[in-house]
Design a protein around this ligand. Structure first.
Ligand SMILES: *[C@@H]1O[C@H](CO)[C@@H](O)[C@H](O)[C@H]1NC(C)=O
Ligand SMILES: *[C@@H]1O[C@H](CO)[C@@H](O)[C@H](O)[C@H]1NC(C)=O
Ligand SMILES: *[C@@H]1O[C@H](CO)[C@@H](O)[C@H](O)[C@H]1NC(C)=O
Ligand SMILES: *[C@@H]1O[C@H](CO)[C@@H](O)[C@H](O)[C@H]1NC(C)=O
Length: 573
């Protein structure tokens, strides 16, 4: 009976229109910090990305593809669960951090969240994640692995549990908690000066303090200082880690060789599972800083280290696509490419002045609702099912991958919780009626900064900004002095009245609609109603990126070798 009704549902939803009988494989590429203006098929004429361009020409290009957040951890949580990150406690909380900052923290994607690989696994898929995770590792002990990919539906994992930062390249300046580190240094120096002064007074017999007391104070000071500073001193060893399943295989990771290894692993996964069905998520370390690029691509692009890194990523994609060709799996595989959010306009690589490009869109990574931080490239290829060389310009979301992949894979979208993603297969196939994103909500941490309304009757897409980052200097497009723009306080401007843009004719968000115009009042009211209704669906859940959940804890530290000098290399290449 269940099978029978399943078939009816499939027939009625039109999913199997032109679809082969057997379950297709999924090959999903997720880039890190890549801007929509950084690749050829989205309009960059000076960067060479032939493999991504080929995917686009053989498939559907999503030109209005929106990530659920402008920073990594929340965007990835939404991608994996098909839900706004605020629903799982993965949005970050005002005043705290926007992402997980260490491997040894207790926060992460809660085990009771349902990811798309988890659902596909039940449908007989072999599921693999190769590359960056950044959604947590442990909850209470160093090997409970409650947030680990293997506990979230993946059968196989090879990659980095956190992210890369310039800190992973020992010699370069830190990217993590810089102002906090500076404060720590300042107090340490103050303490040192005080102790030296005390010792000098004692030597000059101006003070009757015991040497024992001075030694005790020194040891206390050094211990406290070391405890707070250790996570930064040992950052590279404790966080830039390579794992295979539950095992740490390289600590710290050798970034020079990581790209090669990710490709080899991806190709091996495809070959191993060629009899399918499989789901492979390749989550690149590219193009996050630092930009490590192999010799073959170094100095080759027209855009310095950043451009080299993009061109190398494109080559990696080509290598992995070659595996599909060789195994004759192209027509049986749904291939997807995207980036977790827009390019970072604030951080350049240590010795590099080039930042990414978000094309015609304003703003970038970390900027709540501005288009440049959340409009990302999206490409779907499925020969014989999706029309080649076409474009979809209606709003779609990275959260749609969850629902679309589950539906194609024959699974059931969870019914016991709100799922924000929609099945976009009919939209891409240009078949009759399909679900629309009428509204989208754009958060900065847990603060609503903007909302998007796709007025289906007129086809116009509107965007309302309630809060915007304060650019310094004015008009520069960056929050100078910050690694990412803050979400509240003095570095944002609360828009009263809210700013309204017609994205359909002003995608660069340059010309606000005057509040006196008739459309302004109507659009604002309609959007306000939607925001209020959405607000009612947001429950209270534990904050995963805030407070003690995002504080380094020695008991959770992944470590091969002897703590604190965690170091090993079990990669035999
Ligand atoms: C092409 O990409 C490079 C690297 O991101 C960037 O510097 C350049 O401005 C981009 N060009 C365009 C037209 O966006
Ligand atoms: C793959 O599908 C395309 C489009 O339907 C078709 O032209 C091609 O012949 C197919 N290739 C194979 C190997 O079946
Ligand atoms: C918004 O832009 C679209 C595309 O140019 C245009 O057709 C529409 O009239 C505009 N809407 C309003 C109310 O100005
Ligand atoms: C929902 O509305 C309440 C009351 O206005 C507000 O305090 C809260 O921040 C809103 N929640 C979100 C997620 O915007």
């Amino acid at each position: 009976m269940a099978i029978y009704s399943g078939i009816i549902i499939l027939l009625c939803s039109g999913v199997i229109n032109g679809v082969k009988a057997s379950k297709p494989n999924f090959l999903l590429f997720l880039a890190d910090d890549l801007g929509i203006g950084d690749i050829g098929c989205f309009g960059n004429s000076t960067i060479s990305t032939p493999n991504i361009d080929r995917l686009a020409s053989e498939g559907v290009k999503l030109t209005h593809h929106i990530s659920a957040s402008a920073v990594c951890t929340p965007s990835r949580a939404a991608f994996m669960t098909g839900r706004y990150p605020i629903r799982s406690g993965m949005s970050g909380h005002d005043g705290g951090y926007a992402v997980l900052v260490f491997t040894a923290v207790s926060g992460g994607l809660p085990p009771n969240e349902i990811t798309f690989p988890k659902v596909l696994k039940e449908q007989g898929y072999t599921t693999g994640l190769i590359g960056k995770w950044h959604l947590g590792v442990n909850c209470e002990s160093r090997n409970d692995f409650c947030h680990h990919p293997l506990n979230h539906g993946f059968d196989y994992y090879y990659g980095m549990p956190l992210s890369i930062t310039t800190d992973c390249a020992g010699s370069r300046s830190s990217e993590v908690h810089v102002s906090y580190q500076n404060k720590l240094w300042f107090y340490a120096q103050l303490y040192f000066v005080a102790l030296v002064t005390l010792a000098a007074c004692k030597l000059m017999n101006l003070l009757t303090v015991k040497w024992k007391t001075l030694i005790f104070l020194s040891i206390c000071g050094i211990s406290i200082f070391m405890y707070y500073f250790a996570p930064y001193v040992f950052y590279k060893y404790w966080n830039c880690i390579l794992m295979r399943n539950f095992e740490v295989t390289e600590q710290p990771v050798d970034l020079e060789r990581s790209a090669d290894r990710l490709v080899k692993e991806s190709k091996a996964f495809i070959t191993r599972n060629k009899n399918g069905p499989f789901l492979l998520l390749v989550s690149f370390l590219h193009v996050h800083s630092p930009h490590y690029t192999s010799e073959k691509f170094r100095g080759k692009s027209k855009h310095s280290m950043y451009g080299d890194n993009i061109e190398e990523m494109d080559w990696l994609i080509g290598e992995i696509l070659d595996s599909l060709d060789q195994e004759d799996l192209v027509n049986d595989t749904v291939t997807y490419f995207t980036s977790d959010h827009g390019a970072n306009l604030e951080i350049t690589d240590w010795s590099d002045q080039v930042t990414g490009s978000n094309g015609i869109y304003r703003g970038g990574k970390g900027m709540g609702g501005l288009e440049g931080g959340i409009r990302v490239p999206g490409i779907f290829r499925w020969p014989g099912v999706l029309p080649a060389g076409t474009e979809v310009d209606q709003p779609t979301s990275l959260m749609d991958i969850f629902t679309t992949v589950i539906t194609i894979g024959g699974g059931q979208v969870p019914q016991d919780r709100i799922i924000d993603g929609k099945n976009i297969l009919p939209l891409m196939q240009r078949l009759g009626p399909h679900q629309q994103h009428e509204f989208m909500f754009h958060y900065c941490l847990d603060q609503l900064h903007a909302a998007r309304w796709h007025d289906v009757s007129s086809g116009t897409v509107w965007k309302v900004h309630y809060v915007l980052p304060r650019f310094i200097p004015e008009g520069s497009g960056i929050c100078r002095g910050h690694k990412v723009c803050p979400c509240s306080g003095k570095m944002v401007v609360y828009q009263v009245p809210p700013l309204l843009f017609n994205l359909s004719n002003d995608p660069s968000e340059k010309y606000p609609i005057p509040p006196e115009s008739t459309s302004y009042g109507q659009v604002l009211q309609k959007t306000q109603e939607a925001v209020a209704a959405h607000n009612l669906t947001i429950g209270s859940v534990p904050q995963q990126l805030y407070g003690s959940n995002n504080r380094w804890s020695p008991g959770l530290q992944l470590c091969c070798g002897i703590f604190p000098f965690c170091s090993c290399n079990k990669e035999d290449d």
